[in-house]
Design a protein around this ligand. Structure first.
Ligand SMILES: [Zn+2]
Length: 208
């Protein structure tokens, strides 16, 4: 796979997602009619746990030697994994689609706190950092929403902490290697937004 060719495109990730989710009035109207998934988070938490358990069970031979976990946001409130997938496939020419290993939904397009596995299934690196050498072999988890503009809902923070704890356990990743896009790439990005609290996340990871 020509990884190099789309790595340079990482700078366009956030802008790209925004463009992908705002495209087409007709499709927006069609999507608006779809009933919202209003299942309570207590139910979604069980769904997440079963999914993650299944994902992390069994044969680990094909897994990459993952070392880091990096948190992002879409900077767009109505994004979905399908839209991100399509946009990244078209924009970066990457047949594997979404440049995130997992996404966490915000209740707008899919249920609040719902975790969806994405690139994880392919066990391939993602083009999600400007300086990938600062967090080599890193998994990308993307929060759907714009957390430069509003606080991260408690349900999403809880789902994120639970997912990361499971990954830390399965992959032997210490909490010192759990970080945010901004912490890796510094001034180049605000991702995952000024309301994302890395210290709070770390305290949740260390409390368990
Ligand atoms: Zn990011």
């Amino acid at each position: 796979m020509r990884r190099r060719s789309f790595v340079r495109g990482a700078a366009g990730l956030t802008a790209g997602v925004t463009a992908a989710v705002t495209g087409g009035r007709a499709s927006a109207a069609r999507k608006a009619k779809r009933p919202r998934d209003t299942r309570p988070y207590e139910e979604i938490r069980e769904v997440n746990e079963a999914m993650v358990k299944e994902l992390l069970a069994g044969d680990r031979d094909g897994w990459r030697p993952w070392q880091w976990i990096v948190v992002h946001h879409t900077a767009a409130e109505h994004a979905s994994l399908e839209g991100i997938d399509r946009y990244h496939r078209n924009h970066f020419g990457d047949p594997l689609g979404a440049e995130y290993h997992f996404v966490i939904n915000n209740g707008k397009r899919k249920a609040m706190g719902l975790v969806e596995p994405a690139r994880w299934r392919h066990q391939e690196l993602a083009a999600h950092l400007f300086h990938p050498e600062r967090a080599p072999e890193s998994l990308a988890i993307c929060l759907i929403g714009n957390f430069e503009e509003r606080p991260v809902p408690e349900e999403m923070t809880d789902a994120l902490a639970r997912l990361i704890r499971s990954l830390m356990g399965a992959l032997s990743i210490p909490s010192s290697k759990v970080t945010s896009h901004r912490a890796v790439d510094g001034r180049l990005t605000q991702c995952p937004g000024k309301h994302f609290d890395l210290a709070d996340l770390k305290s949740r990871l260390e409390a368990s």
